[in-house]
Design a protein around this ligand. Structure first.
Ligand code: PGA
Length: 253
């Protein structure tokens, strides 16, 4: 376990600065390795990062064409072209405008009749590519990362799980109640994410301050799945704005 507190914490002024910093990390990685195997989150937090990266692509400064994008989570029974699909959302918000090759965007097998076999295939595909080079993650209000809900083990793999009422409410609010939110999701596992060569957790706003403190300063626990990311030690970078970092006992600049 030694070294598990050795993650990097970068506290920046605001959401815009968080987005710029996260985009710079992604861009540097892709310039260094044009075949980067990447994961990025859904939700509000990554929108500024996406805009920055799409701007670089449009300016000809960045090319995702040979990268791989692995989706982090999807509702069970939901296909990418369904209106409540996270894969579809990610495609519209990032993959298509950032000009990923659709053949290199990997959706979770959320409609597979055998989700256990499907999840194993997803893990195998990722492993065959050497795992994730860079996983950018958001932090759920209940401490989830991807859809690893409270109760998720440190070594959990890609699987189906039941969402908590809090996550279903958060998702329903995001979609403004316009689409049904299934009560089960398929998510990449904590163990899978922890194997990424670099993990970047992006966190913004006062509403995330307490859960960020619990994630970073309480004992690691499956009650707060994000806390397990600290096991990645120096391979974890947390980029938080001042508001999100405001409850940390020892904010490091
Ligand atoms: P948010 O979602 O970025 O919309 O806050 C984060 C999450 O639930 O992972």
């Amino acid at each position: 376990m030694s070294g598990y507190q050795d993650y990097a914490l970068e506290v920046v002024d605001d959401a815009a600065a968080m987005s710029r910093r996260a985009a710079a990390i992604v861009a540097d990685q892709v310039v260094a390795d044009p075949e980067t195997v990447l994961a990025v989150p859904t939700g509000n937090t990554p929108l500024g990062m996406f805009a920055d990266l799409i701007g670089r692509v449009e300016a000809g400064a960045l090319d995702f064409g040979r990268c791989r994008l692995f989706c982090l989570d999807e509702y069970v029974g939901v296909a990418p072209d369904d209106p409540n699909s996270l894969t579809g959302w990610l495609s519209d918000a990032f993959a298509r405008p950032a000009r990923f090759d659709p053949a290199r965007v990997h959706a979770l097998p959320s409609t597979d009749s055998d989700p256990i076999a499907g999840a194993a295939r997803y893990e195998d595909r990722l492993a065959a590519l050497g795992g994730l080079d860079l996983a950018v993650l958001g932090l759920g209000g209940n401490g989830h990362v991807a859809y690893n809900e409270p109760g998720s083990a440190a070594d959990s793999r890609t699987r189906v799980l039941t969402l908590t009422p809090a996550s279903i409410r958060q998702a329903a609010a995001y979609w403004q109640g316009a689409v049904p939110i299934p009560d089960q999701a398929m998510t990449i596992g904590i163990g899978t994410l922890r194997e990424a060569k670099h993990i970047v957790l992006i966190v913004s706003g006062l509403g995330k301050a307490e859960i960020l403190r619990r994630s970073l300063e309480d004992p690691m626990t499956d009650v707060v799945p994000a806390s397990w990311l600290r096991l990645a030690g120096p391979r974890l970078t947390v980029v938080a704005d001042r508001a999100a970092a405001s409850e940390l006992s020892q904010p490091r600049a």
